[in-house]
Design a binder for this molecule. Structure first.
Ligand SMILES: [Zn+2]
Length: 179
């Protein structure tokens, strides 16, 4: 698969979908703005991924670091850092395959799903390292929450995305690391 990163106008749509997803999730979990700032995650697209963070098999890859790859740790901060690695080429393929699927609702769907994983890891509702069976059960829970959050969200093309991907089994892969 050709690794072509998102263009500027696609990145702008991506930024918009990150805002929508963060808003929906902080409301759903009743996380205040100051609390939200303490969640240790980052969302990056293909142009900012390392080689091992790129995959053809899923829309995203969640890479767990034991410390932040960019920021230096402040004294009071601890815990895992999650990098949500979006796979531009896989997302683009889904859009090219089906003309009903639009970029904004699809990236909103993907980022909402991935952020629910991250919040559940951070709240210790779910362990990162776990059995396949538990991972499958968690995937079902995250799909169900994503559907609840987006089903009533008025955005053009969302119902087509929900229909096409509500049980999608290749949303993300997980990558752990000590560094
Ligand atoms: Zn998932």
């Amino acid at each position: 698969m050709e690794l072509v990163p998102f263009r500027d106008e696609e990145i702008a749509i991506l930024r918009h979908s990150i805002e929508i997803a963060e808003d929906l999730i902080s409301n759903y979990y009743r996380i205040s703005t100051s609390e939200w700032k303490r969640y240790r995650y980052d969302i990056q697209s293909l142009k900012d991924l390392r080689e091992e963070e790129i995959t053809d098999a899923a829309f995203a890859q969640i890479h767990r670091y034991s410390t932040s790859p960019q920021q230096r740790l402040r004294g009071s901060e601890h815990g895992d850092f999650f990098k949500i690695c979006l796979q531009d080429h896989v997302i683009r393929r889904a859009i090219q395959r089906d003309p009903h699927i639009l970029l904004l609702p699809l990236t909103t769907y993907i980022i909402t799903h991935e952020l629910i994983h991250v919040v559940r890891f951070a709240k210790f509702l779910q362990r990162f390292d776990t059995t396949n069976a538990e991972q499958e059960a968690e995937e079902k829970r995250v799909h169900a929450i994503t559907f609840t959050l987006l089903d009533n969200y008025q955005i053009r093309g969302m119902s087509d995305v929900l229909k096409a991907f509500r049980d999608c089994r290749t949303m993300e892969t997980f990558l752990g690391s000590q560094g």
